[in-house]
Write a protein that binds this ligand. Structure first.
Ligand SMILES: C[S@@+](CC[C@H](N)C(=O)[O-])C[C@H]1O[C@@H](n2cnc3c(N)ncnc32)[C@H](O)[C@@H]1O
Length: 354
């Protein structure tokens, strides 16, 4: 009989890791409840509160709020003072949980993870059949969660560092340029650019009708509908010609990213630029085996890879393709000059020119 030696220390380490993950999975809906009922915002707005005070301020029930506060305190997301029995948010906790629009607002991360998890029964089936699962097949909350999550990163970086890292693009945008944003979703990136460069005109394209309808509403609410349009079109057939084409966190989602690259090239005016923002990844799997890579590989299994497999070609790059693979795709699509313009711990920012 084969005997196996168990290393107790390794086993305990592994179980400790699982307990953290189990707690995080159970906690995720609580982040949303706190967001929807204004619990985080109410905590941020006043002095430290007892559960009864927070419940009274938010029109909620004390017993539920008390348990919710303790789950947050155990997560390190709310601060508890045992002397007074009061709860509060530190300035850092406020930025992450209560300040919608802050560059580190993270409620959208929980919202998108929860929404994406609802695809599990469909995806389990797809593992067996090999069929793809389109973006449009997900719970509607995913589209909203991704918009909120990604907007934080774009708010922190897009205008301040990504556009200035491109050669000559910022000056063109200030003077007045035509821009297409491909796979724009709810248009978070498109609208940020339109707000920053009022002399330019922007058009966001996405194959997903429901996202385009939401993006149109966002443009009206943001007061930029005079310079932004949103239209339903796929990455391979959108019309027009542009000084700048952008694609944010969507190239690897496409069934045919090489075909999309060829189309982007054909829609660039002479001297035009294609900006490709992708999840940060190293080229080798072993270099991506860390917390950020884990989040990306998991999201990629739930959303990106199934969406690509659902479309023509079904190249399924995955969210951790790495720069070398991305460069090969861009080269095959007809871009001979590709440069890493900049990066963050979360994103690779590539500049491609014909
Ligand atoms: C991860 S989301 C990113 C959305 C948006 N760029 C953002 O950063 O918030 C990927 C987007 O790609 C879109 N998409 C998927 N396949 C597409 C295709 N073939 N053509 C155009 N858009 C596509 C999806 O509908 C979805 O909105």
């Amino acid at each position: 009989m084969m005997t196996t030696t168990i290393n107790e220390e390794k086993l305990h380490q592994l179980l400790g890791h699982v307990v953290v993950d189990f707690g995080a999975t159970m906690f995720a809906p609580l982040a949303l409840i706190g967001d929807k009922l204004g619990l985080y915002k109410a905590l941020a707005a006043t002095d430290p509160q007892t559960p009864a005070e927070l419940a009274a301020h938010t029109g909620t029930t004390e017993r539920y709020v008390h348990e919710w506060l303790n789950a947050n305190a155990a997560s390190g997301y709310v601060t508890y003072d045992p002397e007074s029995g009061r709860y509060s948010l530190s300035p850092e906790q406020t930025l992450v949980f209560a300040a919608e629009g802050s560059p580190v607002f993270m409620i959208g991360a929980f919202e998108s993870a929860l929404a994406a998890s609802r695809i599990e029964p469909t995806l389990t089936e797809a593992f067996l059949t090999g069929r793809g699962v389109g973006w449009h097949e997900h719970d509607h909350q995913l589209f909203h969660g991704i918009e909120r999550f990604f907007r934080s990163g774009y708010t922190a970086n897009l205008i301040q560092s990504w556009i200035p890292a491109l050669e000559g693009v910022e000056a063109k945008l200030r003077a007045g340029a035509h821009v297409a944003d491909i796979g724009c979703g709810h248009g978070a990136s498109t609208i940020l650019m339109a707000q920053a460069y009022p002399n330019s005109s922007f058009i966001g394209f996405d194959y997903h009708q429901e996202s385009i309808a939401a993006a149109r509403k966002r443009a009206l609410d943001a007061g930029v509908a005079d310079r932004v349009r949103f239209e339903v079109a796929s990455a391979k057939d959108y019309p027009g010609s542009y000084d700048l084409v952008t694609v944010f966190d969507a190239l690897h989602d496409l069934g045919d990213p090489i075909g999309a690259a060829a189309h982007a090239r054909a829609t660039l005016k002479p001297g035009g630029t294609w900006l490709i923002v992708e999840p940060y990844a190293e080229d080798r799997v072993e270099a991506n085996l860390h917390p950020i890579g884990r989040a990306y590989y998991s999201g990629s299994t739930l959303m990106c890879t199934p969406n690509s497999l659902n479309q023509e070609v079904g190249l399924a790059l995955g969210a951790q393709a790495g720069e070398a693979r991305l460069r090969a795709v861009l080269r095959e699509g007809g871009f001979s000059r590709v440069r890493r313009a900049t990066q963050t711990p979360f994103n690779l920012v590539l500049e491609a020119r014909p």
